[in-house]
Design a protein around this ligand. Structure first.
Ligand SMILES: Cc1cc2nc3c(=O)[nH]c(=O)nc-3n(C[C@H](O)[C@H](O)[C@H](O)COP(=O)(O)OP(=O)(O)OC[C@H]3O[C@@H](n4cnc5c(N)ncnc54)[C@H](O)[C@@H]3O)c2cc1C
Ligand SMILES: NC(=O)c1ccc[n+]([C@@H]2O[C@H](COP(=O)([O-])OP(=O)(O)OC[C@H]3O[C@@H](n4cnc5c(N)ncnc54)[C@H](OP(=O)(O)O)[C@@H]3O)[C@@H](O)[C@H]2O)c1
Length: 518
């Protein structure tokens, strides 16, 4: 075939991209800045477990080993599973470890020429005879650099690592005035388990955030320090963090991850009939949400702690903000070794701790751990050298990242992104995208015009804004995964209906094994 494909990153997405491009006859080179595969799973905090049930976080053609029986395997089991996938499909020989791609640059067409295009890359094809991507790769051990020139780049650089989201503070109100220490959850995760315990032991810790990293770290601090040094969790927004996936005994997947549940919401690009149906069924949509909310409220006793969220569960799942609550988390709140403190607008630092807006006294603190998430958008933007491409990929600050099928930017040729937009099972989602991309590279189908792609992106943006509220920038397809997969299947010429019989098609949840074969 002769076309050179570079994959940047050897986490789950990069490995999948490698496997599926190989299946189409390409010989990809995978650049991985770390010394091993697995991305985020290579180093996590001690208590990390998969929070997606194992059966939906699996490679479609490579089941979990029978030795793993837990529904939510721990991080070591997940990493072993990902590694055994790479060994099984003999992917390691394609990976260059300790190699960091420092900046990618497109050569071959002027910006004016690219602006004037109506088709992706000018022809709608994934490759071009004159356009190439050039980049510098640094060997992190020898510090030597090498230049590579390739025909296609697949960015699998991950979204939840490397670039932390650090809140901004006015001058004299930031960490510089604080006598204690401030770290990000990423730094805490980088420590070995004993060091992490020693680091927090005997300290008044404040954890900022109320998603998965914050919950787990607060729990670990409470395990180490107990009542003697309670851990404060400073949060902006209450969330529908889930105790389990069986609200009132009904599998959550039956309420949100089957075709029937998708009939209840308005879908990007739907026709009049589906739109009408979603409107007629909206009371049911509301009832499903209330059903789950009532269960979580009761099971965790949220009302007692003033922790009932203002937004709906539908918004939470539509934003992929489903964090599992560590077991006994609210018991710790009850006993007082975890203190929940709301800071609705902003907080700042003083010498001895943290000041919450509107309060006169400070929260006395020795150590602040910012579990405030990541700037995956910035990481993606910064890998481009061209400011024009940086602007294209970042899109408007008031919209979701403008990726067609969540993979391709209409105005950035010969390049795909895998693993930015989220779902509730990211391995499955990355695999679907890699299969779609491999078919595109193999010439099975062509992309529509740039205008059509942009229109489609706008429709998904409208969907995100309608159902994810202020979290639309998370670009979550979680609650519309089947509708999304249908589009990929149609592009690839696959039958989107994967179940046997109408009832199963409507009510059985979909997952990776539904797509084992084309
Ligand atoms: C602690 C944690 C737990 C999670 N749990 C779940 C879960 O339960 N369920 C779920 O669905 N999702 C979960 N996620 C989301 C998770 O991000 C995905 O499931 C998935 O593992 C991401 O894989 P990835 O390959 O896209 O990205 P990553 O795993 O982030 O891999 C990116 C790789 O790219 C490399 N890289 C980056 N930049 C460069 C560069 N310039 N040059 C060379 N290499 C580069 C990195 O070193 C890394 O190895 C979790 C995330 C975290 C952080
Ligand atoms: N499987 C696991 O066990 C596991 C463990 C860790 C992480 N993860 C995954 O990794 C990803 C990242 O998770 P994460 O918890 O690190 O980040 P996250 O999901 O992005 O959550 C960030 C948290 O920080 C808060 N926050 C952001 N900016 C803030 C500010 N300026 N002031 C106060 N609070 C602020 C947010 O509050 P608002 O909501 O109010 O904005 C939110 O509670 C997620 O996909 C998560 O599921 C999984």
């Amino acid at each position: 075939m002769g076309k050179k494909v570079a994959i940047i990153g050897a986490g789950a997405s990069g490995l999948l991209a490698c496997k599926y491009t190989l299946s189409k006859g390409f010989q990809p080179i995978v650049f991985e800045s770390a010394s091993t595969i697995g991305g985020v799973w290579t180093k996590t905090i001690e208590t990390t477990k998969l929070q997606t049930p194992r059966e939906v976080y699996q490679f479609s053609d490579f089941p979990w080993p029978s030795s793993v029986t837990e529904d939510f395997p721990n991080q070591h089991q997940v990493l072993d599973y990902i590694k055994s996938y790479a060994h099984h499909f003999d992917l390691l020989k394609h990976i260059k470890f300790n190699t960091e791609v420092c900046g990618i640059e497109y050569e071959g067409s002027s910006e004016d020429e690219m602006q004037a295009r109506s088709l992706w890359g000018g022809s709608g094809e994934p490759f071009s005879s004159k356009g190439k991507w050039k980049f510098v790769v640094e060997d992190k051990q020898s510090l030597s650099t090498e230049i590579y020139v390739v025909d296609f780049v697949i960015l699998c650089i991950g979204r939840f690592s490397d670039v932390p989201n650090i809140p901004e503070f006015p001058s004299n109100k930031g960490p510089e005035v604080f006598d204690g220490e401030v770290i990000h959850s990423m730094d805490y995760a980088a420590m070995d388990y004993d060091s992490a315990r020693r680091f927090v032991r005997g300290k008044q810790v404040t954890v900022v955030g109320f998603q998965k990293s914050a919950l787990d770290i607060a729990m670990e601090c409470s395990n180490t320090n107990g009542l003697e040094h309670p851990c404060t969790v400073l949060y902006k927004t209450e969330h529908w963090n889930v105790p389990d996936y069986l609200p009132w005994g009904v599998p959550l997947a039956c309420l949100y991850l089957n075709r029937f549940s998708e009939l209840l919401v308005h879908k990007p690009g739907e026709g009049i009939l589906l739109s009408l149906l979603a409107t007629i069924l909206s009371p049911l949509r509301w009832a499903f949400s209330k059903f789950v909310e009532s269960y979580i409220t009761k099971k965790l006793g949220l009302a007692k702690y003033g922790m009932v969220p203002k937004h709906s569960f539908l918004q939470e799942i539509s934003s992929c903000l489903i964090s599992t609550v560590p077991e006994k988390f609210y018991d710790r709140v009850q006993e007082g070794s975890i203190i929940l403190k709301k800071s609705p607008s902003s907080f700042s630092f003083c010498q001895e701790g943290i000041l919450v807006e509107g309060e006169s006294s400070h929260v006395k603190t020795d150590l602040v751990i910012l579990a405030t998430g990541y700037r995956g958008d910035k990481k993606l933007k910064d890998i481009f050298v061209s400011p024009t491409f940086q602007d294209y990929i970042a899109g408007s600050p008031n919209a979701t990242l403008p990726l067609y099928r969540e993979c391709i930017h209409g105005r950035i040729p010969q390049l795909a992104v895998i693993g930015f937009s989220e779902s509730v099972s990211n391995l499955y989602t990355s695999e679907m995208r890699c299969r779609w991309l491999a078919e595109l590279l193999g010439g099975t189908f062509k992309l529509p015009s740039i205008k059509e792609m942009e229109k489609d992106v706008e429709k998904w943006d409208e969907y995100a804004k309608r159902y994810s509220g202020k979290y639309y920038r998370r670009s979550c397809i979680g609650a519309l995964h089947i509708w999304y997969n249908d589009q990929l299947c149609k592009d690839m010429g696959w039958n989107p209906r994967r179940k046997k019989g109408l009832l199963a098609e409507l009510f059985e949840p979909y997952g990776p094994t539904d797509y084992v074969s084309s």
